[in-house]
Design a protein around this ligand. Structure first.
Ligand code: PEP
Ligand code: MN
Length: 444
């Protein structure tokens, strides 16, 4: 059993990217109440996801993780949540059919309310204010009042997460995730989008598979529910620590704010507070690895976060950028394999490929995103290891934040519907396009 007696040990380590809370007493009042609140997820669910992730590690399943870069309180709406869930379910059917493997579905949802920032301040027209750090910390609006960190927002983040998770649980068990319905949506995509035709043959195959299952006497109506998990970057340690829960029966301690938590590229210092905190929780966890990651630092992270070398415990999410992935990834994978470890390897093809458009919008091109995933799959294929899946930023809405893809978004279209509170997301069509392309890659 993991040593969990001292879940506060992270306080003895330097914690990067924490807000400058103006009123420590107000922070303590909020975290004190959160410590008494019901957990958002249970340990047994986290254990279930660990089992699923162990299958990913062994090459017997694929991870699909996606959602907003930053969730916002004003988008905790039925339409917004349903749109993201629908997009992920549609993608999962395509991927599962193409690979003949189960797809482990994790929303970047119900808790993605805190953002690390490259700069602590933002300047506009001669005015300098604290950077936006996610709705759990401060407001996006560029005023001094809105940008001042307010700990009451942690309570709001907990409540927004609970509302989101409640709808997700209702939709995924209440018929919304029915395989026939999800496939009918995919048929609609194939018929209605510019590039959809290209995927007609694959959609036809899924039709035939469903017909075949019915012919064999399988009651496909039983495929009406979907297993769905949620996760977010475990950035705000005061919040995460307040929501840890130790289960009396097992003595195991879980971050009860989400099933899968990850450590970001900016907070993965092996001697920092985030790694210390994550080493004390029993959830399945992930770490983002950027283009400058050294093999030594990955081995140190392995020792700190997965000393037992338990498949399903640790996932490495690589976001090296399309230009670097083929150079950076092979050594990391080889050195980790030489340790006898079996982590999951997942591609985040978005964060290494962010550029600024002539209009000033932060954007990413669909082709570059695709190229990073292709590089990721190629490297694993050549090493004989498993390309375990993808972690992406997406929305179910028809936003214009990334360029290219089906129903092409041109750079001049970006201002039309640019709604993200942080990084640019793939829209619904671009997400499905990516799923079909990925399906081709996994088969190819
Ligand atoms: C993110 O996932 O939004 C993010 C900030 O990623 P990274 O830590 O990889 O930069
Ligand atoms: Mn992001």
């Amino acid at each position: 059993m993991r040593q969990t007696e001292n879940i506060s040990s992270w306080r003895n380590f330097p914690a990067a990217q924490q807000p400058d809370w103006p009123d420590p007493a107000a922070l303590r009042a909020v975290t004190g109440r959160l410590a008494e609140a019901p957990p958002l997820v249970f340990g047994a669910e986290c254990d279930q996801l660990r089992l699923r992730m162990a299958a990913v590690a062994r090459g017997e399943a694929i991870l699909l993780q996606g959602g907003d870069c930053a969730e916002t309180f004003d988008r905790v709406t039925t339409d917004s949540i349903r749109g993201k869930l629908k997009t992920l379910l549609q993608m999962a059917v395509v991927l599962s059919h193409a690979t003949a493997l189960p797809v482990v579905k994790v929303g970047r949802m119900a808790g993605q309310y805190a953002k690390p920032r490259s700069g602590a301040h933002e300047e506009r027209a001669g005015v300098t204010l604290p950077s936006y750090r996610g709705d759990a910390v401060n407001g996006l609006e560029f005023t001094a009042a809105s940008r001042t960190p307010d700990p009451r927002r942690l309570r709001d983040a907990y409540e927004a997460s609970a509302r989101t998770l409640n709808l997700i649980r209702a939709l995924t068990t209440g018929g919304f995730a029915d395989l026939h319905q999800v496939h009918a949506w995919n048929r609609g995509f194939v018929a209605g989008s510019g590039t959809g035709e290209r995927y007609e043959a694959l959609a036809d195959e899924i039709d035939r598979t469903l017909a075949f299952m019915r012919a064999c006497g399988v009651d496909t109506r039983e495929l009406g529910t979907a297993e769905f998990f949620v996760g977010h970057e475990g950035l705000l340690l005061d919040y995460e620590a307040a929501l840890t829960r130790t289960e009396p029966e097992t003595g195991r301690t879980y971050a009860a704010s989400g099933h899968l938590l990850w450590i970001g590229e900016r907070t993965r210092d092996p001697d920092g507070a985030h790694v210390e905190f994550f080493s004390r929780i029993d959830n399945p966890i992930a770490v983002k690895l950027g283009p400058t990651t050294t093999a030594d630092s990955v081995l140190t992270l392995l020792d700190r976060l997965d000393p037992d070398r338990a498949p399903g415990r640790l996932t490495f999410v690589v976001r090296a950028g399309a230009e670097r992935i083929r150079d950076v990834l092979p050594t990391l994978v080889e050195k980790v394999a030489a340790e006898g470890a079996l982590p999951c390897w997942v591609s985040d093809p978005m964060h290494g490929n962010t550029v600024t458009a002539p209009s000033g919008h932060k954007t990413r091109s669909f082709d570059t995103v695709l190229d990073e995933v292709r590089g990721f799959v190629e490297v694993h294929r050549s090493l004989g290891t498993h390309p375990g899946g993808i972690h992406i930023e997406l929305t179910g809405d028809d936003v214009t934040e990334c360029t290219g893809g089906g129903n092409t978004v041109r750079p001049e279209d970006l201002p039309h519907r640019y709604e993200t509170a942080c990084d640019p997301r793939l829209n619904h069509t671009q997400s499905l396009d990516l799923a079909f392309r990925l399906a081709e890659m996994y088969r190819g």
